[in-house]
Design a protein around this ligand. Structure first.
Ligand SMILES: [Zn+2]
Length: 210
């Protein structure tokens, strides 16, 4: 989605909300969004940048299409006529930074144990190579050195965004936030889900064999 002011239509936003709710339920089912943690977003307009993002403080296994809000480049709420305002996730600002910098169409943020443990063991980045699953994130199964960046956590999304911008590798569609969780992204929500599943698998493997 890109054109002009499309994001202002409730239909488009609620459509994104329905997709985000369905994906959230999948991730919650995997145990990757414990409590009310984690959040997902989909770009609904590129210029100006607008993202539909899951609402804050709700069980991610029980979201409805209406549990969505639209945010701008700093994670600020943008009202949309016909959509009941919901409080966006506090982390919406980082979603927007990821989408702006990488061109991703969707961003997934989950709190998986493997991401946090891997970030603990490899604070300078998690090295991966010679493993078939790397093909799932667009890399090679052999002789391809991949490092998943790790950045320090912060409650300040602008600061976290700066750390992300500094650490991010255009050829690696994920970043670990230390003692916090994982961000991964793709061209659309389905692709972002596949990337997230593959990265999580790779991190579980790295932790298991170290
Ligand atoms: Zn989080």
């Amino acid at each position: 989605m890109s054109a002009g002011r499309d994001f202002r239509t409730a239909e488009l936003v609620l459509g994104a909300g329905a997709r985000l709710a369905a994906e959230s339920a999948r991730f919650a089912g995997l145990g990757w969004m414990r409590g009310t943690s984690g959040n997902l977003s989909e770009v609904v307009s590129r210029d100006p940048l607008r993202l539909a993002v899951t609402a804050s403080g709700l069980d991610k296994g029980e979201l409805t299409a209406a549990d969505v809000s639209v945010v701008g480049p700093s994670g600020e709420t943008v009202p949309v006529e016909g959509v009941e305002p919901r409080r966006p996730s506090a982390e919406a600002g980082l979603h927007a930074r990821v989408a702006a910098l990488t061109g991703a169409g969707a961003v997934v943020h989950v709190h998986t144990v493997n991401a946090v443990v891997a970030g603990h063991h490899w604070p300078a980045g998690v090295p991966l190579r010679d493993i078939e699953m790397l093909k799932g994130i667009g890399r090679l199964a052999h002789d391809d050195e991949v490092v998943v960046p790790v950045i320090a956590n912060s409650q300040d999304m602008a600061e976290l965004g700066d750390r992300f911008e500094e650490a991010h590798d255009a050829a690696v569609p994920a970043v670990i936030v230390a003692r916090h969780g994982l961000y991964a992204w793709g061209r659309d929500l389905t692709h972002a889900r596949h990337v997230t599943e593959c990265v999580e698998w790779l991190l579980a493997y790295a932790v298991a064999v170290r």
